[in-house]
Design a protein around this ligand. Structure first.
Ligand code: ASP
Length: 754
């Protein structure tokens, strides 16, 4: 289906005859979906032929593709008319302010020159630099790939003993990747080049992943770890006779030119070449378009510049790498370990497992982390708690039939507690719950154990160091097929252990997902996702199927607890969805937390309802209060000076109204007396015993029905609304009701939406 190209491009006529559906500008305008914007920097001398070959491959897709052609302005095309170039090709100046979903940089017959000697090298460098911030995924072909690898990664090309020319066999190095999804174990691709890559430098580069090689002509396909750049050294796009034409061209210059390898039947240049690479070429380009462009490009192309590009945002089973994190309750005893093992083993994409320390087995139990904290603070009684910890781990190991020396592990802590000061052990001791538990889990499920202390880094001030960690951990984990990583801690530059705040294993899970470029982060806990309302008030509330990162932030701020608050930040810039799942009910869908909900179809009106008791509403009245900013600021300054946290506020012509926690009551009284003293004419009104209810929903601003439902639910019960704020950012509505009405109000609102 539709590939949209400029009207009258020669490719249209050729491909229409071949039955490849090409759509011209005029027809595409009637289609109401956003086409993918693809730019081709065509450096090949045979411009029309290359345009046609690439258009054919990009057209073999159900996606609508809008093609633009780019030429370098520092080099004039010699083999094609100037009219053609003027009619169809843009220069960099014409596109530099635009954004593209994808870009192809073709090969060029300049490979025997040094890169810097090429006439348009400086311009190409500028374009490649620009592509990092203006193109979602760039596909480099042959010399284009060599140039890209040299410019972006410093990889040099090297002269081959003789020209690699012909059709060669290829195999896959990285079988689970999406670029070669659906490929056979062996396949053919034409190559036509005098130079190759420094294979060793490529294989050892931490930011590159080799996907396919040819035993005869070396690396064929590789990509950057972040999926944004693809490098292909061969010419999948070639027509049946392209190699023959090149051969005849070379033969005219050098009578010793060798016949292309494995190309003509019986190596007879008079015979018609047989095509053995076409199906692979089609699959390669449609995989690139589908998985590396369409499914991960932002809907709004301008988002490319912010780097906030969502990754594989469609809910399909097309993920190829999943990071899973199990919370303390999921690892509380041997039986839970068995469930965890079952979940991990049931899907080979679950390759990286982050584990919390064993949590409570029942409500009277104590979490291992708390036992560790007690042991650190217990002085001479430390052994009492350490013994309990040892018993817990050895009990689990025994029941699982794993030989595991829990005693030796716990003795290491014992020794350090005896010998070292409490200050030096502050974060070390509580981190050991995750450390020992993860070692045991790794042994049980047969995964490698990776110590978070070596790869998760904090700076000297104790702030998490994202850049260093993502590089170190990403490099390490790419060496492992399957691994368990303890949650909750990392290390400072001097090697001392440092933990995140409590519940921090959620953050570790997100860090592992981000560092490995996971397609999904599954956070396994003991509830089937985020509940739509508080289960203490609403009987068996449903769980929210889908929520955006921003909505989750609002809900957490309003009191709903599901993930450690810093978790989302780690995955947000990469757009990795988080799925909250229940270890005890693994079949439940749970809650999917995503960057952009518009890629998903769902019928929910709201994403959650949270609330809390113990609020008061304070209103200050004074003529012109809202008009005169100095008056408004004065009031706010006085509140601020008393340390009062304002939950939300509203302003009227002559008044300002605040919702604050009742725990600030005394400070509020102080503030009000100061206001009355310093601002003559000011009066106040205070309403106490209020409960605050927050309703969060991304469609709040566009769907009036939501507000109507909320308000009519309360009106039907004659519940008086004491404060109403329709929320900045169109994401939430906050209202306050009398404390006595709180639970009824929550239930009534819930019933409108569940
Ligand atoms: N074990 C740590 C805690 O209890 C971290 C975690 O479980 O996420 O806070």
């Amino acid at each position: 289906m539709p590939i949209k190209v400029p009207n009258n491009l020669p490719a249209v006529e050729i491909l229409t005859k071949e039955n490849v559906f090409v759509m011209t500008d005029t027809r595409a305008m009637t289609q109401d979906i956003r086409p993918l914007q693809i730019l081709i920097l065509n450096l090949m001398p045979t411009k029309v032929e290359t345009e046609t070959q690439l258009t054919r491959l990009l057209g073999n897709s159900p996606l609508q593709v809008e093609l633009e052609l780019l030429q370098t302005s520092t080099h004039k095309a010699k083999n094609v008319s100037e009219e053609h170039m003027i009619a169809f090709y843009k220069t960099f100046d014409q596109v530099r302010n635009k954004y593209y979903d994808g870009m192809i940089i073709t090969g060029a017959p300049v490979e025997l020159m040094e890169f810097e000697e090429v006439e348009y090298w400086d311009e190409l460098c500028e374009i490649m630099e620009w592509s990092k911030t203006h193109v979602h995924s760039t596909f480099h072909i042959c010399w284009g790939a060599q140039a890209g690898l040299y410019y972006h990664y410093g990889i040099k090309k090297k002269r081959l003993p003789e020209k690699a020319c012909g059709v060669f066999l290829h195999t896959l190095e990285y079988k689970t990747g999406m670029l070669f999804r659906g490929f056979d174990d062996e396949f053919y691709v034409p190559h036509s080049r005098y130079t190759g890559l420094d294979d060793e430098a490529v294989f050892s580069h931490p930011d590159l992943r080799v996907i396919s090689i040819s035993p005869e002509v070396g690396i064929f396909a590789l990509k950057s770890i972040d999926d944004k750049q693809i490098f292909i050294t061969g010419h999948s796009e070639y027509d049946a006779d392209t190699l023959r034409n090149e051969y005849l061209r070379d033969l005219a210059i050098d009578p010793n030119t060798k016949i292309p390898y494995n190309y003509f039947p019986d190596d007879n240049p008079e015979a018609e070449p047989q095509v053995s690479w076409r199906s692979c070429a089609n699959l390669l380009y449609s995989n690139w378009l589908n998985y590396f462009v369409y499914q991960s490009t932002p809907f709004d192309l301008n988002d490319i510049k912010t780097g906030a590009t969502p990754k594989h945002e469609l809910v399909t089973d097309n993920f190829d790498l999943i990071t899973v994190k199990f919370g303390g309750s999921s690892l509380a005893d041997a039986n839970q370990f068995k469930k965890v093992s079952g979940i991990v083993k049931s899907d080979p994409r679950r390759r990286f497992v982050v584990a919390s320390a064993p949590g409570k087995r029942n409500s009277d139990d104590i979490k291992i982390t708390d036992l560790l904290l007690k042991s650190m603070n217990a002085g001479d009684d430390a052994d009492k708690y350490l013994d309990l910890i040892e018993e817990r781990y050895s009990g689990i190991a025994e029941e699982l039939g794993v030989s595991f020396d829990a005693k030796a592990e716990v003795n290491l802590i014992r020794d350090r507690i005896k010998k070292e000061s409490k200050e030096s052990l502050l974060d070390y001791v509580p981190s050991r719950g995750e450390y020992i538990g993860s070692k045991l889990l790794a042994k049980y499920i047969g995964f490698d154990f990776i110590d978070a202390g070596e790869f998760i880094k904090f700076d000297a001030e104790g702030n998490y160091d994202k850049d260093v960690t993502e590089r170190l951990l990403g490099d390490e984990l790419h060496k492992h097929d399957y691994a368990v990583i303890p949650g909750f801690y990392g290390s400072l530059p001097d090697g001392r252990i440092k933990t995140f705040s409590r519940g921090g294993s959620d953050i570790t899970g997100a860090i592992v997902a981000a560092s490995t470029g996971s397609d999904l982060y599954e956070n396994w806990t003991d509830v089937s996702g985020l509940l739509m309302a508080d289960p203490r008030i609403v009987e068996k509330p449903v769980s929210v199927p889908l929520i955006t990162y921003r909505e989750l932030r609002e809900l957490s701020y309003l009191g709903a607890e599901v993930l450690h608050a810093d978790t989302v930040f780690q995955v947000a810039s990469k757009g990795i969805p988080i799925n909250i799942k229940n270890t005890n009910a693994p079949g439940d869908a749970g809650t999917l937390i995503v960057n952009n909900a518009r890629y998903y179809s769902n019928a929910q009106d709201i994403s959650g309802l949270s609330g809390a008791r113990g609020y008061m509403n304070v209103t200050v009245q004074l003529a012109h209060l809202n008009e005169k900013s100095e008056l408004r600021e004065h009031v706010l300054d006085i509140f601020e000076s008393k340390g009062i946290k304002i939950e939300t506020m509203m302003t009227g012509v002559d008044s300002m109204s605040f919702l604050v926690k009742e725990s600030f009551k005394a400070d509020v009284e102080d503030a009000l007396s100061e206001i009355k003293e310093k601002m003559p004419g000011a009066s106040e009104e205070t309403l106490s015993d209020l409960a605050m209810i927050g309703v969060v929903g991304r469609d709040m601003g566009t769907s009036p029905n939501i507000a109507i439902k909320i308000l009519s639910a309360l009106a039907a019960l004659k519940i008086n609304i004491k404060f109403l704020d329709h929320g900045a950012g169109n994401l939430h509505m906050i209202l306050a009701v009398d404390d006595k009405d709180y639970e009824n109000a929550v239930r009534a609102i819930y019933q409108q939406f569940a």
